[in-house]
Design a protein around this ligand. Structure first.
Ligand SMILES: CC(C)(COP(=O)(O)OP(=O)(O)OC[C@H]1O[C@@H](n2cnc3c(N)ncnc32)[C@H](O)[C@@H]1OP(=O)(O)O)[C@@H](O)C(=O)NCCC(=O)NCCS
Length: 156
């Protein structure tokens, strides 16, 4: 199959997408993958939770989600398929979450990232996320999590 040339379109995740997303999770997150049951719970959490995906003729290219809690929003997930990485899709998904956090009136956007996840850390740090604290041995394999936050009050 030839690669799609048009920019993927961003849209809300729908119930019909969940089986496909649960399959992609396995490929993307291995033992930390969300099951189909978890995905159902996440989508049932709307409107507090919001999930979006990027899609084109080749299918789903990436997805992301956010949780709005009072004046803080949390990044729940952000992922781009391995073969679609390195072309700005991760940044586009992150910008969408930032925009949604701002639209909901959040003052901070917070997330956890594995200490050893260099691409994700760079994505966030380049966007202005700052290190807040470290949660030691946070992940099942013992790797630490870095808690990062973006101060939305300083956004233009
Ligand atoms: C993190 C992830 C979403 C980035 O997606 P992507 O589409 O490849 O990212 P982009 O092409 O938009 O790149 C944006 C920035 O991210 C950083 N980045 C992306 N890939 C990188 C890599 N392999 N090494 C270092 N930095 C990288 C860079 O700062 C890049 O900016 P630049 O292109 O100007 O250098 C993707 O690697 C992914 O899905 N990883 C697996 C899931 C995951 O770890 N999610 C995050 C959980 S906290």
């Amino acid at each position: 199959m030839t690669a799609a040339v048009a920019d993927p379109v961003l849209r809300e995740v729908r119930w019909q997408d969940l089986a496909g997303l649960a399959e992609l999770e396995e490929e993307l997150f291995g033992p930390e993958a969300w099951s189909l049951r978890s995905w159902w719970g996440e989508l049932a959490g709307r409107p507090r939770r919001e999930y979006v995906l990027l899609e084109d003729d080749a299918g789903i290219a990436g997805y992301a989600g956010i949780d709005h809690v009072g004046d803080v929003a949390d990044v729940m997930t952000i992922a781009v398929l391995p073969r679609r990485r390195g072309s700005g899709l991760g940044r586009r998904l992150l910008e969408e979450l930032v925009a949604r956090a701002r639209a909901a009136g959040s003052l901070r956007l917070v997330l956890e990232v594995r200490e050893d996840n260099v691409p994700a850390r760079r994505l966030y740090e380049d966007r202005g996320f700052a290190h807040v604290r470290t949660r030691t041995h946070y992940y099942p394999d013992g790797v630490d999590a870095r808690v990062l936050a973006l101060d939305l009050t300083e956004e233009p």
